[in-house]
Write a protein that binds this ligand. Structure first.
Ligand code: SF4
Ligand code: SF4
Length: 174
């Protein structure tokens, strides 16, 4: 079932590849959403990891120890359904320029590097910490929901085993 949130979305849904949903589809959608929410909130390992981060554990050495494995490919971010980091730049084009917006990733050093060269998140450990604290701590503080839906895409993608599932395991092992 697909729902649109704009006029453009409505135009796309008018395409022959989509069928109109009915009340039964809407009920099924709510069932699936509730089940996903329920299972995530009831994951003891997720709850414990959230608790540990809320208590301001662990220290920098924990994150850097894991981040030493990170090859900075950005894969975990680009496949995540809740990641929204982007960059804006001007591309020269036929005597003028085009303003472009592209995906970016908080795990890349350049994402937070300032014009002066100073980088408030200068180590890979601090960037890895920020990514997971954002989802499992600050999104809960700000929006009362975890920013991680537990889909496991980052764990499937990361070539060195540093997705959210592995990070949650590491936090549980503290
Ligand atoms: S498991 Fe969480 S962090 Fe990883 S891709 Fe899914 S939502 Fe994103
Ligand atoms: S996918 Fe793994 S190796 Fe690549 S940036 Fe993310 S944590 Fe690092």
């Amino acid at each position: 079932m697909a729902l649109s949130g704009s006029e453009h979305g409505e135009e796309i849904l008018a395409n022959e590849y989509f069928e109109k949903g009915d009340e039964e589809d809407k009920e099924r959608l709510e069932e699936i959403k509730n089940k996903a929410l329920h299972s995530q909130k009831n994951s003891p390992r997720m709850r414990k990891a959230i608790e540990i981060l809320r208590e301001n554990q662990p220290d920098e050495a924990f994150w850097q120890g894991l981040a030493d494995r990170c090859i900075n490919c950005g894969g975990c971010v680009y496949v995540c359904p809740t990641c929204t980091c982007f960059n804006v730049y001007d591309l020269p084009s036929q005597g003028g320029h085009i303003r472009c917006r592209s995906w970016d990733a908080c795990v890349h050093a350049g994402f937070t590097r300032e014009t002066s060269g100073h980088n408030p998140r200068s180590t890979q450990g601090s960037r890895l910490a920020r990514r997971h604290e954002h989802k499992l701590k600050f999104d809960i503080v700000n929006f009362k929901e975890s920013g991680c839906v537990g889909c496991g895409r980052c764990s499937d993608t990361c070539p060195v085993g540093l997705g959210a599932i592995e990070i949650i395991q590491e936090l549980n092992a503290l």
